[in-house]
Design a protein around this ligand. Structure first.
Ligand SMILES: O=C(O)CCC(=O)C(=O)O
Ligand SMILES: [Fe+2]
Length: 312
């Protein structure tokens, strides 16, 4: 069983209908799929890999070696079993920093900022294209999901677009700590450029953890909690996690296209009906409130989060 791989270039030709159906299936049955021939130049992806790896070496590697997870694992292996073991359960073996439109970015290597700016511009366009494909597959008007993310009719809040640059350094004891604990993503559409050699990402499918297989130059798409809400549950936000590994420093660059904090989230009225099957399955809430709840409950099931945000 493998996550679907979809050739996006097929959307332009005679196979459009079939490709749209594959994407619909990816959203409905998997919540994750890999895009190939997505139009992001391989030359740009190569530069992104290079600047992110260099940036890790320059600023992050030593910092990671001094970090709490490394200390805790040392303690555990040195015999402090109970205390360190318990704390490691609430830790991720991950180095991470986030880029968005208004924060400060690393200034080295020299090409970092320019490369990542170009990459984010391309990825944001790809996210919007995927959202239009979802509009069409769900029978919503073109631009519906984006409009909701901007706060609805007549409102023009900026959706949030963030890029998380992660490394999962080699771990001497991957049985004792996980790369990133299991969770579902809070926001809208997530576009992941994962390492083409070192695996680690897994999704929960029919009760089993399965690998999202590394594939050179593919972009992995997954749908977050807010796509689940707008689609009234037709599209699911799926549990996933990252395993730590003994060898290799896994690089992964995840871009998040999320609603504005001010946007009101609720299932699209067109997708809500009168029968038990299509009754409204999610409350109405403000996305900023959802993020407050998510901050405390990221690694817990999502249903209580919807409920808590709806009550705020
Ligand atoms: O690193 C990955 O492959 C996944 C990261 C992830 O799931 C997240 O940042 O939410
Ligand atoms: Fe995630």
């Amino acid at each position: 069983m493998a996550v679907p791989v979809i050739d996006m270039s097929m959307l332009d030709g005679d196979d459009r209908a079939q490709t749209m159906a594959k994407i619909a299936n990816g959203c409905e049955e998997w919540g994750f799929f890999q895009l190939i021939n997505h139009g992001i130049p391989v030359e740009l992806l190569d530069r992104v890999k290079k600047v992110c790896s260099e940036c890790f070496k320059l600023y992050r590697e030593q910092r990671f070696k001094d970090s709490a997870p490394v200390q805790l694992l040392n303690d555990l292996m040195g015999g402090k079993k109970d205390e360190a073991g318990e704390r490691l359960k609430n830790t991720d073996w991950e180095d991470v920093f986030v880029l968005h439109d208004t924060n400060e970015w690393p200034s080295q290597p020299a090409e970092f900022k320019e490369t990542m700016k170009e990459y984010r511009r391309e990825l944001k366009k790809l996210a919007e294209k995927m959202m239009e494909i979802m509009d069409e597959n769900l029978g919503l008007e073109k631009g519906y999901i984006k409009k909701v993310f901007c706060g609805g009719e007549g409102l023009e809040h900026e959706p949030f677009f963030g890029t998380k640059v992660s490394h999962y350094p080699p771990c001497p004891n991957p049985d004792q700590v996980i790369g990133l604990r299991a969770h579902t993503d809070a926001g809208g559409v997530i576009l992941l450029f994962q390492d083409d050699k070192v695996k680690g990402l897994q999704i929960l499918k029919d009760g089993e953890w399965i690998d999202v297989q590394p594939m050179a130059n593919a972009i992995v798409i997954n749908t977050g909690d807010q796509i689940e809400v707008v689609s009234n549950g037709r599209y699911k936000s799926v549990w996933h996690r990252v395993l730590a590994s003994h060898d290799g420093n896994r690089r992964s660059i995840a871009s998040f296209y999320n609603p504005s904090a001010m946007a009101t989230m609720t299932p699209a009225p067109k997708l809500v009906g009168q029968t038990d099957e299509d009754a409204q399955a999610y409350p109405k809430f403000v996305f900023g409130d959802y993020m407050t709840v998510y901050g405390d409950q990221k690694f817990l099931p999502k249903e209580p989060r919807f409920k808590a945000a709806g009550a705020m």
